[in-house]
Design a protein around this ligand. Structure first.
Ligand code: GTR
Length: 359
């Protein structure tokens, strides 16, 4: 059944080769895919910093009944004679271990926050490093504030220069740079997470930055996990008209023209392979289109299988509320309710990671 649905939607194969392939061959194909995604959708970051520095600004080592240390840290990037700083918060259990950890791209800087139950995450044996996306650059057409101001400095954006999603993703990788300086984190178990526009950002981060062992997107929808060919709800035209600044200017070529995209969003999921990717949907989030998010997982599975790994383990049907598919390198669940990053979503992410990484 699902094979037919994929071919009705005219989905492209990610990799021509029909046989099991070596990881070197995949890395070559993967870098072509990353170039396509950056050139046509998210844009390239025009420059990289010469130097990074970190400073702990505040510390509370009695957070969560004394079980957790909460630090506020300033991350500073130097670009020639310009500098840019943004705050990040680290919540790390107080035990004597190396903790697996989330890098969480959030809408707000609050700890805890309605989108993340900090204490419960830490009680489950995870640390969490979070930042507020608008501390990096504003969520609007202003390209003169935050990191946007530093990298563009009043210059026009070229058609393949980065939009805001790429900049938020850049910041998530700088948080990972900071994580590398901490002795109580397990760097082999780093997971990037985001919801909605920040779920799109988490997927891009997982694709570009191989230090993340899993990228988790919650309700990321259009230009995130959901395939665009045949998508219901939000389409490229809707998203580009409302949020042109999230993308590079080239993306507008595909408004009402999805079939000419030289890829689809399952390429973004696959670009994370052989590392893991997790897609979470909510039944009533019709603007994101749960079926298209699910079909993207089905289509991305091809790459894991050609590499000789388990891809997406699922029945041959569309998803229902309560489905939890945690067996493969692509994890998935669909919960009841609306567009939201809920406690239930976090508990599924945690269960998947515990199972897959033997935590
Ligand atoms: C919507 C947008 C979606 C989604 C959402 C969000 O307005 O159309 O693609 O990203 O915002 O981030 O909450």
């Amino acid at each position: 059944m699902l094979e037919n649905l994929l071919s009705e939607r005219g989905l492209m194969k990610i990799w021509d080769s029909s046989e099991i392939c070596s990881s070197d061959e995949w890395e070559k194909r993967r870098s072509e895919i990353l170039k396509l995604l950056c050139n046509e959708e998210y844009g390239f970051l025009p420059c990289t910093p010469d130097n990074l520095s970190f400073e702990v600004l505040e510390q509370d080592n009695k957070f969560c009944a004394g079980k957790v240390t909460l630090n506020k840290v300033s991350i500073t990037a130097q670009f020639g004679n310009k500098r840019f700083s943004f705050p990040c918060w680290t919540s790390i259990p107080n035990g004597n271990k190396k903790y697996p950890f989330f890098v969480f791209i959030n809408f707000r800087g609050d700890i805890p926050d309605k989108y993340f139950p900090t204490e419960e995450i830490c009680d489950n044996g995870f640390a969490i490093l979070s930042f507020c996306y608008e501390d990096v650059t504003s969520d609007d057409n202003n390209f003169s504030d935050g990191i946007a101001g530093v990298i563009y400095g009043g210059k026009d954006r070229k058609d393949n220069d980065c939009g805001k999603i790429s900049m938020w993703s850049w910041a998530a990788s700088r948080v990972m740079d900071y994580a590398k300086t901490l002795s109580n984190l397990d760097l082999t178990k780093a997971f990037v997470v985001g919801h909605s526009r920040l779920g799109k950002t988490a997927l891009l981060t997982g694709a570009l930055d191989a230090r993340f062992a899993c990228a988790i997107s919650n309700d990321s929808g259009c230009s995130g996990a959901a395939i665009t060919r045949g998508k219901r709800g939000e389409k490229i035209k809707d998203i580009y008209n409302s949020f042109p600044y999230w993308f590079c200017a080239n993306y507008k070529k595909y408004m009402d023209n999805e079939h000419n995209l030289p890829f689809d969003q399952h390429f973004l999921l696959a670009a994370i392979a052989p590392r893991k990717v997790y897609v979470a949907s909510a039944k009533e989030d019709l603007w994101a289109d749960p079926d298209s998010e699910y079909l993207s997982c089905v289509a991305a599975s091809e790459v894991y299988e050609k590499l000789g790994f388990t891809g997406f383990v699922h029945p041959d049907r569309l998803p229902n509320v309560g489905d939890v598919f945690h067996e493969g390198n692509i994890g998935y669940h669909m919960r009841d309710g609306l567009h939201y990053l809920s406690r239930e979503d976090w508990l599924h992410f945690i269960a998947y990671l515990k199972k897959q990484f033997k935590i």
